[in-house]
Design a binder for this molecule. Sequence first.
Ligand SMILES: [Zn+2]
Ligand SMILES: [Zn+2]
Length: 275
Amino acid sequence: MIRKYLQNLHTHSTYCDGADRPEEMIERALELGFDTIGFSGHSYMYFSPLIGMTPEATEAYKRELRELKAKYADRIRVLCGLEFEMLSQVPLTGYDYLIGSCHYLKIGDEIVGIDRKADEVKRVIDTYYGGDGLRCAQAYYEMFSHLHEYGDFDIVGHFDLITKNCEKADLFDVDSPGYRKAALDCLHELSKHFRLFEVNTGAIARGYRTTPYPAPFLLKEMKRIGCSVLISSDCHDRRKLDIGFDQAMQLIADCGFDEVIVYSDRGFEGVKIDL
Ligand SMILES: [Zn+2]
Ligand SMILES: [Zn+2]
């Protein structure tokens, strides 16, 4: 039985775009009483080299996490994962687990970021989609539905990331049938290959949203088709390591899940929610 979620597998550090060194993050996890902290540095992106871990940094990251795993072994489980960007061309070996994410669209020969502030996404919509935000959202889901072609991922990252700005900016209508169909089609395609999705509170930490991803209609569909969920904070700042976790647990329960996935000695497993 689980009431409070005491782990985070989606954690960034100074090896990519996080604010804290891995050990500072581990210390914070210990303060919160976590049993597990998993790091998920951004994979190297040749088209956006400042955000991902360079090949050299990736090796150093793995090395440091091996050392920290041993150092903290009797206090907390430390895991070395990777947040893989779909267009990254990096090896996927040597990790405890993999998160598969899509932060960029490939439009013709260009690679364009969509995990951005509202005005930047608006510029993408105007430049490439004639001002039609729904077409941009459809392009995102079309692209994400090919995730399985890039590797075998344990966790699907922030499924509806494209809605990051939609609480505050009028980019497209998240309640429209066209939007919902695009999202559901992608979910159904991904669910043929992947069974574990994250409920991600990272946009709350950064002031974009007041609710976790994914939207309730998607969570309910995940439950209906037999997929599982875990909670993550997509943490870039140790002060926000568990932000929104209680809210996320309530959301999961409200959407019909009676179990949430945690990482245990046996790997990923479901635990009954007790709220
Ligand atoms: Zn991400
Ligand atoms: Zn992330």
